[in-house]
Design a protein around this ligand. Sequence first.
Ligand SMILES: [Zn+2]
Length: 307
Amino acid sequence: MNIIDLHCDTVSRLFTVGESFYSNSGQFDIKRARQAGVLIQYFALFARPGSVDVALRTILLQIEYYQQSLQMYQEYLYPIYSYQDIMARKETDKIGCILHLEGADCISNDLELINILYRLGLRSLGLTWNQRNMLADGVAEDPQGGGLSKMGRKLLEKINEMNVMLDLAHISERGFYDVLEHYQKPVFVTHANARALCSHPRNLNDQQLKALAENGGIIGITQVEEFVSTGSATVDAMLDHIAYIADLIGVKHIALGSDFDGADNMVVANVSGYSQMKKLLQDRGFTKQEIEAILNKNALRTMQRVL
Ligand SMILES: [Zn+2]
């Protein structure tokens, strides 16, 4: 078990469709993740933009679903609330689970809510999804548009003092730089690729990647076809993103962030594809140390700094 994946939407999917966490028809379940060697998985909570109250209810119910699932499958899963939790489980064959909020719309301007979400287990947060909220603009807004709001800056100050990881995968370009200016710890871009190879607003351009390296943060390479290539999104094309980012800013800033269950079409069809990851990287000429760095060491190092 050696793979850390920074993003999947399995919790919000299963919450909606009601299939089994252990084995289901989606892209991620416990059974396949164990076989593929998943060591740690981030699970995103997600509510579609709209009413803040509806979003909050949805997120709370998804947290309850997540916590019940951890309980029900404690034979296979354990929750991660601090870096010590990972160290204490070094010899385990259970999957460590981290709870992430994809877009803080449900927090809106009630910043105290972050304390409650923290108590309920939240350890990773993205300020926005694609749309603007009270905290910042998302990537789907006008590229010349806004960055962090004052409220967003206040929330950053709060989480700077907490062991909560910060995800910049969906924030607007200006918001991205605003955060790097106001936040002291390394950031996570949990699921995105290189814009130089695939021109999509969710992917990072070279300047952003260099800023990420300066911050000491990491980017989780995503399997979503749309973010891999505008042409044919092959496994090779996904590996091109890893090679490109490694050349630009160094292997130490690269991790994995599949986005399983977050989109229909994936380069490796589902989490089972991760069993091939090591060999694929070997065939591309990455060294043993570089492969370990991409599969888990970079993520562990960054988690240790924040968690
Ligand atoms: Zn996403």
